[in-house]
Design a protein around this ligand. Structure first.
Ligand code: SAM
Length: 249
């Protein structure tokens, strides 16, 4: 809940109003090397996590899809091909650097015509009620200050029967995996960040923000509290990542 005046930025407690600026600083800094770092950090596995999310989405030709916190547009690119010329994809992100990298990448891939780019905060989406058949938020929710407000906002703009998919880092299922993963996140990631982007701090934030994010069952409860039904989650890579799916009644 974010009804008090402080929140988390990684392991630090900060004023709510400061978190948005601090998160913006991270993504302005990493935008140019974001895709490269994603491939290096996950060994390319993030592509499989995203593919599974798309399979679960049930998106079809002609659908309207919102990819919020869409960044450099991996999901939006795939959705654009699935929904075709009769459909529509909105790639939305709060950060103009990430949006710009996404727009350039997708345009260079020839993805034009059924896609729009919108700078927006997930907490207060600038779309009419009942606009989308599906909304995805991939590795975005943990950066949002008021997650409950964001979930309610996503529910509002979904059509009845529409699906929300939240792809996010989560809690590993085994103690052993947890230990190895902690080592990797806190020792290797900041060094990799320093080497590739000259920015260890942003990758330390990544590791810390993952640990502070609600676990699988807590997020499921938050989605139900926001008004989603049929909420289920699927663990991937031993629970390092989970995808939650909920439906607007
Ligand atoms: N979805 C992309 C992917 O999976 O590769 C990008 C994920 S990136 C780790 C997180 C994104 O969330 C960033 O582009 C960041 O700007 C965006 N973001 C952070 N807070 C946000 C908010 N309140 N509303 C919308 N986007 C936000």
């Amino acid at each position: 809940m974010a009804d008090n005046k402080t929140t988390h930025f990684g392991f630090r407690t900060v004023d709510q109003k400061d978190k948005v600026k601090m998160v913006a600083g991270v993504f302005h800094s990493v935008a140019g090397k974001y895709d490269l770092m994603n491939d290096l950090m996950s060994g390319g596995i993030h592509r499989l996590w995203k593919r599974f999310t798309i399979e679960l989405s049930g998106v079809r030709s002609g659908n309207a899809v919102l990819d919020i916190a869409g960044g450099t547009g991996d999901l939006a690119a795939k959705f654009s091909r699935i929904v075709g010329p009769e459909g529509k994809v909105v790639l939305a992100d709060i950060n103009d650097s990430m949006l710009q990298v996404g727009r350039e990448k997708l345009t260079n891939q020839g993805i034009v015509g059924n896609i729009e780019y919108v700078q927006a905060n997930a907490e207060c989406l600038p779309f009419p009620d009942n606009s989308f058949d599906c909304i995805t938020i991939a590795f975005g929710l943990r950066n949002v200050t008021d997650k409950d407000a964001a979930l309610r906002s996503m529910l509002r703009v979904l059509k009845p029967g529409g699906r929300l998919l939240v792809l996010e880092f989560s809690k590993p299922k085994s103690e052993l995996l947890s230990k190895v993963y902690d080592r990797y996140s806190f020792d290797v990631l900041p060094r990799m960040g320093q080497l590739i982007t000259n920015d260890a701090e942003s990758y330390r934030y990544l590791a810390e923000s993952i640990r502070m994010h609600p676990d699988q069952d807590t997020l499921k409860g938050m989605m139900e509290e926001a008004g989603f039904t049929e909420v289920r989650y699927h663990n991937m890579t031993g629970g390092i990542v989970a995808v939650h799916r909920g439906v607007k009644p």
